[in-house]
Each structure stands twice: as structure tokens, then as C-alpha cells.
Design a protein around this ligand. Structure first.
Ligand SMILES: *[C@@H]1O[C@H](CO)[C@@H](O)[C@H](O)[C@H]1NC(C)=O
Ligand SMILES: *[C@@H]1O[C@H](CO)[C@@H](O)[C@H](O)[C@H]1NC(C)=O
Length: 428
């Protein structure tokens, strides 16, 4: 185990000391005093209760969590949720992860080869099976790379970092589209261009840059800088006086190079970009990247929320979000927690608590009863797709793990502020 707590604490102190005064922090509304707000262990308890139910959807034979067939990239996100809980200090998640990490590595990799899922849309290149988690979708490989880097963080086992490096090498084959040379295809058959492929490429590159040996770092930083430059100069990124965000939710038509459908953004492509820019700032020491991550987070918290200020998925039926979208919001909350760890702001902590409280109070099925949970048919605490509530079932591993990301973000930020309070460096 690495001492993530110490690293986190060190980052907080550094973040506070170096934090410039900005307009964003001036616009932060006053927050209630700490005593009147939930404690970190409240969110930990909630996340651990939801984890019990998440694991009922885990299929030991495939190493994947049930959502819809084959739950491939969604399972990478469920694994990341679990590993974030380990990093945040959940003993329960640690016990589960000690079984799930090696099992998913073996079983999901075997499933990928056996099911030929990996060959889907793989026509464009020959090297589709560089490793068991490669397939024809560049974003799918990014989700698994991010998950295996978390596995490396919590175990120190290099096999997982090597896997992420091999996935990234495969992802570089998607660079250079028919519309612009500096950007990613979404799939190996070159049918679609989508910002999630670019933002995950950037996130994967920067997380690798922060984990490989010093003499291996530069190519990853260079890729990340190119990916960011290509994205921000193209039509998939909006940068105006007061809004900065990834748009092009429906992607770009590779023939016309026009955005498909109404332009709006999704929370997850913005989340992947925020994570990437925070890590790029860390990798380079350049705080401009961190400032842009703040700008994006600020915009998402303004334009991708309900009237009650709860995160929503734009352009989607919140109660019945279809196959992919239920997974998205958690990706943004995970990124916001990373941004807060690097450079805390009261508005992020307040937002995370507001979302987590709404998830628990209004978007849950299953009661806490005397040390145990569960009055549902399946048993356990179930969380639905609409964080504003009410709960809409039937649910599955997608909305469950995504909502858990919301709980874990509130937990991590609250704990961070509690620790800063203890050491006298917090502002509350
Ligand atoms: C590292 O992980 C791989 C894959 O799960 C496993 O086979 C190997 O035994 C692990 N190594 C150690 C030292 O635990
Ligand atoms: C920042 O980078 C250093 C080394 O490059 C790494 O040790 C540390 O874990 C990174 N922090 C984060 C939050 O990625």
C-alpha cells in the first residue's frame, strides 16, 4: 500500500500555500459551519453500504459487473470506484479489492478474448491484442488504463502499470483523424470522432507520466500537451469569456467535420479532461493547466445542474438515461475530487456534499436498519440514475457505481477538510 493519505495531505498544504486569489473563489457562496454538516464517515458508511449491493452484481466468471451486455467499459469504471474507496481508506473495499483486482485482471481479460468483443470494430489495425484489454474502441481502452493505474496505485504491482502502458500504446494508433491531424478517432474502423476519446487519451497519458520512471515520462507529457492543444483549438471545446467546457456530446461526423445534433456537453468527457489537466499540471508544474481545470469544473457546475444545483446529464432523460449515460456523472465527481485534492475550494466541497446528500436522501431504495441494510427484493441499498430523485428502478451496476462516485467524492473532500482543520491549516 502506498501512503496516499500523506501524499494527499502534502498536496493540500501545497495547494493552499500557492493558491492564487481568483474571481471563482470570490463567487463562492457562504457555506454552513462545519459542525452542522455531515462528517466524512457518514459518506464512507453510505458508500460502503452501496458497495455491498454493487458486489452482488459482480460476476466472478467474467470479472465484470452486470449492467447490460457485455458491461465492458462500465466495469472498468466500477473497478475504479472500488479502488477509489480503497485509496480513501475503506477496509471493507480493501478486502473486496484484494479478490476483485486479480480476478478481474484474469477473468475479464479472458472474457475479452473469448467473446471476440475485442475484435469489434478492430478492422483498421493489426495489433488489436497487444494486451487482453485492447479492443476496437479507443475510449474503452482509456477506461481500462485508468482502472489499472488505480490498481497499481493501491497494490504497487507493476503488471497493472504495464497493462496501462500497453493500452496507451494501442491508443496512439487512433491519432490523426480525417478532420484534423491532432486528434483521436473514437474507433479503429474510423466511423466516428468523439471528444471522450481525446479527453481519455489525455487523462491516460498524464496519469502515466506521473507513474513511470523519470526517464520514461517525457513522451507521455508530450502526448498530453498535443492532445490538449488539438482539442482546445478544435470545435469540440468551447472557450468563451465565462464558459469553458467540452461540447460535441454526439461527436463529429468524420465526412462533414460538423458537430452532430445539438451541441451540448456530457459530464464524463469534461470529467476526463479535468482529471487530465490536474495531472498535467502536476506533471509539468504549470499551473495554467490547473486553472483551466477550475474553469471547466466551474462551468459544469453552472450549466449541467438541476434547478436544485444537483449534477444532471444534459440532453438525457434523467430517469431513463439509456445504456451509457448512467455511468457519466460519477466520472465528473471523481475528477472534481482530484481537483479538490490538488487545490481545494469550498464550492467543490459544498457541491459534492449537496449531490451526495441528494443521492442518499432522494435517489435510494433500501433502508438502513440496525447495522444492516436492505428491504428490497434483491437486498441492499440501490442507487438510481437521477441524483435529484425520485429513485427509478430497476437499477444495476452502472447507476450504482456512478452514484457511489458521488458519495466517495463527498467523503474524500470532507475528510480532506477535516484533516486540514486538525492541522490548523484549514479555513474551517
Ligand atoms: C501482480 O499481478 C498479477 C496479475 O494479477 C499477478 O499474476 C501477480 O502474481 C502479481 N504479483 C505480485 C507480486 O503480487
Ligand atoms: C504528481 O506527480 C508526482 C511525480 O511526478 C507523483 O509522485 C504524484 O503522485 C503526482 N500526484 C498526483 C495527484 O497524481
Amino acid at each position: 500500500m502506498r501512503s496516499t493519505v500523506l501524499i494527499l495531505a502534502a498536496l493540500c498544504l501545497e495547494g493552499i500555500a500557492a493558491r492564487p486569489q481568483t474571481d471563482l473563489s470570490k463567487s463562492t457562496p457562504p457555506i454552513p459551519r462545519a459542525e452542522s454538516r455531515p462528517k466524512a464517515n457518514t459518506y464512507q458508511n453510505h458508500a460502503e453500504a452501496a458497495l455491498d449491493r454493487l458486489q452482488q452484481w459482480y460476476n466472478h466468471d467474467t470479472g465484470l459487473w452486470k449492467s447490460y451486455d457485455p458491461s465492458w467499459w462500465q466495469s472498468a469504471n466500477a473497478l475504479t470506484t472500488l479502488l477509489d474507496m480503497v485509496q480513501a481508506g475503506s477496509p471493507k473495499a480493501g478486502v473486496i479489492a484484494s479478490v476483485v483486482i486479480p480476478n478481474t485482471f484474469q477473468a475479464a481479460g479472458a472474457f475479452n478474448a473469448r467473446s471476440k468483443h475485442g475484435l469489434k470494430r478492430a478492422a483498421a489495425t493489426k495489433d488489436d491484442h497487444q494486451n487482453p484489454f485492447s479492443n476496437g474502441f479507443y475510449d474503452d481502452m482509456g477506461w481500462w488504463a485508468v482502472a489499472w493505474m488505480r490498481a497499481y496505485d493501491v497494490t504497487g504491482n507493476r503488471t497493472y502499470l504495464d497493462t496501462a502502458e500497453a493500452l496507451f500504446a494501442d491508443m496512439t494508433t487512433g491519432w490523426g483523424t480525417s478532420c484534423w491531424p491532432e486528434g483521436m478517432w473514437w474507433d479503429k474502423q474510423h466511423t466516428h470522432i468523439d471528444p471522450i476519446a481525446d479527453t481519455l487519451f489525455l487523462e491516460t497519458a498524464t496519469h502515466l507520466a506521473n507513474r513511470v520512471q523519470a526517464d520514461q515520462k517525457k513522451p507521455y507529457v508530450d502526448w498530453a500537451v498535443r492532445a490538449w492543444d488539438g482539442l482546445r483549438k478544435g470545435p469540440m471545446y468551447v472557450s468563451s469569456a465565462d464558459e469553458h467546457y467540452v461540447t460535441a456530446a454526439d461527436g463529429v461526423d468524420p465526412k462533414t467535420c460538423q458537430l452532430k445534433k445539438d451541441p451540448h456537453g456530457y459530464t464524463y468527457s469534461n470529467g476526463a479532461l479535468v482529471s487530465g489537466l490536474v495531472a498535467l499540471s502536476n506533471a509539468t508544474g504549470d499551473r495554467d493547466y490547473l486553472q483551466e481545470a477550475h474553469n471547466i469544473a466551474h462551468t459544469v457546475m453552472k450549466i449541467m445542474v438541476s434547478k436544485d444545483g444537483i449534477l444532471i446529464e444534459p440532453g438525457i432523460d434523467q430517469a431513463h438515461p439509456g445504456e451509457s449515460a448512467p455511468q457519466f456523472k460519477g466520472v465528473f465527481m471523481r475528477a472534481l475530487a482530484g481537483l479538490h485534492a490538488a487545490d481545494p475550494r469550498a464550492e467543490y466541497h459544498e457541491f459534492a456534499q449537496r449531490c451526495a446528500d441528494s443521492i442518499w436522501d432522494k435517489n435510494r431504495q433500501g433502508e438502513e436498519k440496525g447495522g444492516g441494510y436492505g428491504n428490497t427484493g434483491a437486498g441492499g441499498v440501490e442507487l438510481g440514475p437521477d441524483w435529484n430523485g425520485p429513485f427509478h428502478g430497476p437499477t444495476n451496476a452502472r447507476p450504482q457505481s456512478s452514484a457511489m462516485d458521488g458519495l466517495v467524492a463527498a467523503w474524500a473532500m470532507t475528510r480532506q477538510m477535516e484533516k486540514m482543520g486538525e492541522t490548523g491549516n484549514g479555513n474551517w
